[in-house]
Design a protein around this ligand. Structure first.
Ligand code: FE2
Ligand code: FE2
Length: 282
């Protein structure tokens, strides 16, 4: 079977089994349209109590540091800002793809959120003005895993057990056992759903070596930040395994290894506080 056919076959399985997968496509189109107004987003979310509740929970988390409780979507959109809110809704909508919120999904969500939060911390420290893009890219970087898991859950869970014990790279094991890996799978979806270019690159190249793999400067920095965050979270045990020590040469990246080390301490402290707001999405 051609690789594209295989990716399409796995993609269709998620679309078939997740009753909300059509909603996510509609929502992405709405959010990607720069002319979409606050009222239109409000109207859309009004139809979906589940997503609204999750969105408000995150909007009220210490991440946004609001001094008063945000009770309505309109409040959230005004206080957080339209662009930040769009980015947050866009990223959290992956939850729609989960079959249920079982053990696998919980761990994946914890890992993805950790990567998102660390990325936004690191990007802010490096002077980027849109930490929300980094938050979204971090939350979405492993989206391909949801599709591989949905297509054959027991099989993929077993593969993950092997990955936990193995010293080998995750994507090598996936290639061998499934014929495609989660980075390719995610890239296929990101292309289909017209994700922003930066996020497409992150999803596609976050396991490629040598690093940074992406040559274009405008993309290489976000890819590097997500990669460092991914490795940091894996190293902290947020997610599925402690990976082989990060193969990142800070010398080439103009990012100070000590800065990452210090942020790691801040992150551990912040994440333990944010956890209770963000992790329970059932
Ligand atoms: Fe990954
Ligand atoms: Fe990851």
């Amino acid at each position: 079977m051609e690789k594209r056919d295989k990716l399409e076959e796995i993609y269709i399985k998620t679309i078939d089994i997740s009753p909300n997968s059509q909603l996510i496509i509609k929502l992405i189109n709405l959010l990607r349209n720069e002319y979409t107004s606050i009222e239109e987003i409000e109207e859309y979310l009004a139809k979906d109590k589940g997503l609204t509740a999750k969105f408000l929970r995150i909007a009220n988390s210490p991440y946004y540091g609001m001094s008063r409780k945000i009770k309505t979507v309109k409040d959230a959109l005004l206080l957080i800002g339209l662009e930040s809110a769009k980015s947050l809704i866009f990223a959290t909508s992956v939850i729609y793809l989960y079959k249920n919120f079982g053990e696998f999904e919980k761990r994946l969500w914890e890992h993805s959120l950790g990567v998102g939060l660390f990325s936004s911390l690191l990007s802010t420290a490096l002077g980027h003005i849109s930490p929300d893009l980094f938050l979204a890219a971090g939350i979405l970087h492993d989206i391909g895993k949801i599709f591989l898991y949905n297509a054959n859950s027991n099989y993929y869970q077993n593969i993950h057990e092997n990955i936990l014990k193995s010293e080998r790279e995750t994507i090598d094991i996936e290639n061998e056992k499934i014929g495609v890996n989660h980075a390719e799978m995610g890239a296929f979806v990101a292309e289909k759903w017209n994700y922003p270019d930066e996020i497409k690159k992150v999803i596609k190249y976050h396991h490629n070596f040598p690093y940074p793999y992406v040559k274009e400067r405008i993309y290489s920095e976000i890819c590097t930040i997500i990669r460092i965050s991914d490795q940091t979270c894996l190293d902290l045990g947020l997610g599925f395994k402690k990976e082989i020590p990060p193969r990142i040469d800070y010398g080439d990246l103009k990012i100070d290894a000590n800065l990452v080390k210090n942020l790691r301490k801040i992150f551990i402290h912040q994440f333990s506080h944010q956890k209770k707001f963000l992790l329970d999405l059932s």
